[in-house]
Design a protein. Structure first.
Length: 253
């Protein structure tokens, strides 16, 4: 079997002695498009940060390309959940994308020709190249999210981590963005944290449902067992404008 490019073994993480994640065993293979889903507070972002090396496990191991995550950051792109952009600050779209090429000690304005070409290519991938000279304040919420993803792509990563990339984006904008990510997945492994089950299930290749423990499924099918283990309550999906209950109502004992 092909060696995973990301693997966690018996992974635990606690905060103030409270367990956030327990016994996480997860494998991500090259070319995957994995969605990490689960209830608020279940540990989705924590798991992402452990795989990025931004947090250290309380117990167990994380390996990315068979090495500790901190040793392979140059092969990883990351868009955090909450990226604060001062919309009144006079910064252009191309400048935001170029932030992904900043290097320690080089200063703000020292970019090479190859840096600018990489930024333009990333914007083109996200269909934002025509907006490169616009100020970030002039863009819609969905367009700003695309620019921030382009910033994560500028380093030409092999793995792209996205934490709630469609937050505050309307339904059409979400669909358009996932269409772009589907194309991008032809060359980049993608892991996305999302709460929108109805959108991600139509685009991803595998799922990891997180609620302290992790239940993974090597297909985009959201199973009743997976949701019941993770959510412990009735869950409804919206399909074709109509709600569909995927878990049975719990009866009070």
């Amino acid at each position: 079997m092909e060696t995973p490019i990301i693997e966690t073994r018996d992974l635990w993480f606690s905060f103030n002695r409270e367990p956030i994640l327990t016994e996480v065993n997860l494998a991500v293979h090259q070319g995957d498009f994995m969605a990490i889903i689960g209830p608020n507070g279940g540990g989705k972002t924590t798991l992402l940060k452990l795989m990025l090396g931004l947090l250290k496990p309380s117990r167990g191991t994380v390996r990315v390309f068979n090495r500790p995550p901190g040793e392979v950051t140059h092969r990883i792109g990351y868009m955090p959940q909450e990226v604060t952009v001062n919309r009144s600050f006079p910064i252009s779209v191309i400048d935001v994308a170029l932030m992904g090429r900043l290097r320690t000690g080089t200063g703000w304005s020292i970019y090479s020709r190859s840096d600018r070409m990489a930024a333009q290519h990333a914007l083109e991938q996200m269909e934002m190249l025509d907006y490169q000279d616009r100020r970030i304040e002039e863009l819609s919420g969905g367009q700003r999210q695309r620019v921030l993803i382009a910033r994560a792509l500028v380093s030409e990563p092999e793995i792209l981590f996205l934490d709630e990339p469609t937050a505050s984006v309307d339904t059409k904008g979400q669909t358009d963005l996932y269409e772009l990510l589907k194309t991008l997945n032809e060359t980049v492994t993608i892991i996305v944290v999302s709460h929108d089950l109805s959108i991600v299930s139509g685009y991803v290749k595998s799922l990891a449902c997180v609620n302290q423990r992790v239940f993974s499924h090597d297909s985009p099918e959201i199973t009743v067992d997976m949701l019941e283990m993770a959510y412990h309550c009735p869950v409804e999906l919206i399909a074709h404008g109509l709600p569909h209950r995927v878990l049975q109502q719990h009866r009070d004992e």
